[in-house]
Design a protein around this ligand. Structure first.
Ligand code: SMO
Length: 761
């Protein structure tokens, strides 16, 4: 291959490096209004009185809107396929407050400062209600968070505060445990953490010359934005255009319709352009976060240490509303149950409402929570039975040709599809990683010093798009210098997706990547794509690009044959070459077909949907130092080895892994959104919320194991989410190796370590 698997230029690289006006906010709009929200100061309660007179009278204020200005139309902010399998439990603005940060009112003014000042002038009185903060207390609590909704098929049981429930049963779990030689049972939990994308949520809206509503927004899901804004504002879809410019990171936080509907409502009410940018503070309570999960695992093994049964119970805290509630915990189950063969499986997962900020999609989409539990548990089992953790894992892995039964039982919001494993580099990832970390020498080494070193391992799998649901379409047309316009609805978030798609087109058409001109994600100008989530872009959108490019290549060949007046010819280095050696260049073929011979635009479209979602695999190894006097943990080294099939662009794929590692280390050790007893956020700045920075990073070694996935474009699987699953459990397992302390509730803190060492009560 000439382009795939190579380090090509990044199609947006120069513009980004030169600081061109590429992001949502890089646009000067005349007569702009700025939005600010008034947020609920209480965790649960009803508005009994609201007076906006003073706010509206402030000079420079254009409009103040409250719940009285909107019809009570329930919707979900989750940017998912339609119909979204998330509860319709939201209103644009609410008469009922369900968490500190719920939306009371919106102000539009000439400057953000005036808008904020006006928001502070709104007079509100609340009748406060008792609140629920612990997900363990949510089910059958006398406090009911969404009691008024009774007819939403996507809301499992509002009277019991259960947003969603998923169950699955395979084989006979009780019988299997009864016959198992070893049975282990443990409980693990993960905290509220945040995406912390550098670009906050930002949206611009205005009316174009034809009074159509234009939404320029930092989103992962432009087509879902168009659909949901149309639905919730009852405004015709054909009068909405959504433009996705360059994005400064999303990680799932922008798989959400967050402020677009508000900006659009104000533009429609005032006729004026509107801008809303969330502050970092607002990002911490009014945007989305990772669902905290309590995961209970019961695993049985036979005498040969083969897993006989897994019983998985998930309690997912979705916060005050339930976008992605059902699907995130479905993915927790689906992914954790796809790594090891277990003939008997039982799953019970509940997503419950609490009066805390709203969780949503976050890279890994439930899998990091699940693998933290599963991979900690495998380490505990290995320690208890005195076997090598790598050996225990290798014994139980699926092999090529195996069916992964959970995939059929459990889809996302509906049943899944049969999945046969075509390729797996899992064993090779484990073996290569072990070599790179020095597993044999370092694991279980002597521990006497104050600062003790340890190594740990975790394995994981993810998916490549949502089978049977994700769909992408592209449009390709040829120009007379043998360049090609690639129009795609796929949504590059800074991931490099546009470059990957250009590479696939270039490889298929046999031209350099510089000649693929990518225009992405504009609902007027590009075909449909479900968007950037679920590790789908390379696999699903890339599949569409490959199909369209193959079609166009066939058209170039037949046009070339016609112009050469031959029936037999082939494509070679941008020429159509006849059997007799006569040839015609791509450029001439296109030029003549535009102007003189058999006139037509050479172009092709294709759509792609896949019932396959081949799992990428990863083994992560961590080496840590634990200071047994202070309880401080330092990560010394991370080795991450991934099977993503054929890697399309090696440096960008490495970048994906290098970006995922600090996010998972943060969840393991330093990130935690905390709340006081009244549900008020305690952490709203990067000073208090510790993401891993360049200075905190350990030595990182990233490698890929090559496999060729037959269902993916050029053998590719996904790389987006898989590397975020392993670091947290690998670190926790390394801590155990270092000092014998097992932490089952993230984040690891010095207090927890010292308590484990018996040095703190
Ligand atoms: S967490 Mo991603 O936007 O599927």
């Amino acid at each position: 291959m000439k382009v795939v698997g190579k380090n090509t230029v990044r199609v947006d690289g120069i513009a980004l490096a030169k600081g061109k006006a590429v992001f949502a906010d890089d646009l000067q709009l005349p007569d702009l209004l700025h939005l600010k929200l008034l947020y609920s100061p209480i965790a649960h309660g009803r508005i009994t009185h609201i007076d906006t007179t003073k706010a509206a009278a402030l000079p420079g204020v254009a409009v103040v809107l409250t719940h009285r200005d909107f019809p009570p139309h329930f919707y979900t902010t989750a940017g998912q396929g339609y119909p979204e399998p998330s509860p319709r439990d939201m209103l644009i603005l609410n008469p009922v407050m369900r968490y500190v940060g719920d939306k009371v009112a919106v102000v539009a003014a000439e400057t953000p400062e005036i808008a904020q000042q006006a928001a502070d002038l709104i007079e509100v009185q609340f009748e406060e209600l008792p609140a629920i903060f612990d997900p363990r207390d949510a089910i059958d609590n006398p406090v009911v968070i969404h009691g008024e909704i009774s007819d939403d098929p996507f809301l499992y049981d509002p009277r019991r505060n259960i947003a969603a429930r998923v169950t699955a049963d395979l084989g006979d779990v009780d019988e299997a445990f009864h016959n198992s030689v070893h049975v282990f049972e443990r409980e693990y939990s993960t905290p509220y953490v945040q995406h912390a994308h550098i670009e906050p949520h930002i949206t611009l809206t205005w009316l174009d010359d034809h009074e159509r509503l234009v939404i320029r927004t930092a989103t992962q899901v432009p087509f879902h934005v168009r659909r949901i804004v149309s639905e919730v504002l009852d405004f015709p879809l054909h009068r909405i255009r959504v433009i996705k410019p360059r994005i400064g990171g999303g990680f799932g936080g922008k798989q959400e319709i967050l402020n677009e509907e508000l900006c659009a409502a104000v533009t429609l009410k005032t006729g004026r352009p509107v801008r809303m940018e969330m502050t970092r503070r607002e990002e911490f309570f009014a945007a989305r976060s990772r669902h905290p999960e309590i995961v209970k695992l019961k695993i049985g093994l036979d005498a040969d240490l083969h897993i006989t049964a897994i019983d998985l119970k998930i309690l997912e805290n979705c916060g005050a509303y339930g976008p992605h509630a059902l699907t995130v915990m479905s993915v927790t189950a689906q992914k954790t149950l796809s790594l090891y063969k277990a003939p008997n499986i039982r799953l019970h997962a509940d997503a419950v409402y609490t009066n805390l900020p709203v969780a949503g999609a976050y890279r890994g989409y439930g899998a990091p929570q699940g693998f933290f539990a599963l991979e900690s548990m495998l380490d505990e089992i290995a320690a208890d039975l005195g076997v090598d953790p790598i050996e225990l894992r290798e014994k139980n892995l699926f092999s090529p040709g195996d069916e992964i039964p959970i995939a059929r039982i459990l889809g996302e919001g509906r049943e899944g599809y049969e999945m046969k494993l075509n390729t797996t580099g899992m064993t090779r990832c484990l073996q290569r990683g072990a070599e790179l970390i020095g597993w044999g020498e370092r694991r279980g080494s002597e521990k006497t010093a104050v600062c003790r070193r340890g190594v740990g391992v975790a394995a994981a799998c993810q998916g490549s798009g949502i089978p049977g649901i994700d769909m992408a379409a592209v449009f390709l047309k040829m120009n007379e210098d043998a360049s090609f316009n690639l129009q795609t609805g796929a949504t590059d978030l800074g991931t490099g997706a546009d470059t990957v798609l250009a590479q696939i087109a270039a490889e298929t058409l046999g031209v350099p990547v510089e000649r693929i001109i990518v225009y992405a994600a504009d609902t007027d100008l590009t075909p449909f794509d479900t968007g950037a989530y679920a590790s789908s872009t390379t696999f699903v959108s890339g599949g569409a690009v490959k199909k369209a490019a193959e079609k166009l290549r066939a058209k170039i060949l037949s046009q070339g044959k016609l112009l050469l007046n031959t029936r037999r010819a082939e494509i070679k280095d941008e020429f159509v070459v006849a059997e007799n050696g006569e040839k015609i260049s791509f450029g001439e073929i296109c030029s003549r077909s535009l102007y003189t011979d058999n006139q037509r635009q050479l172009m092709a479209t294709a759509s792609h949907m896949s019932y396959d979602s081949p799992p990428p695999f990863n083994a992560t190894f961590a080496e840590v130092t634990v200071d047994t006097e202070t309880g401080l943990v330092r990560v010394e080294k991370i080795v991450s080895v991934t099977d993503a099939g054929q890697v399309i662009n090696p440096p960008m794929a490495e970048g994906q892994v290098e970006g995922a590692i600090p996010q998972s280390l943060g969840m393991a050790l330093s990130e935690h959104m905390m709340f006081d007893k009244k549900g008020r956020p305690l952490v709203t700045t990067f000073h208090d919320y510790h993401i891993y920075t360049a200075l905190d990073m350990p030595e990182v070694v990233v490698e890929f194991i090559h496999t060729h996935e037959p269902t993916g474009p050029y053998g590719a699987k996904a790389v987006a989410e898989i590397p975020i699953d392993g670091p947290a459990p690998a670190v926790v397992n390394a801590i155990y190796d270092a000092c014998g302390v097992r932490i089952r509730n993230l984040p690891v803190t010095p207090e927890k370590i010292l308590r484990g060492l018996g040095k703190l009560k």
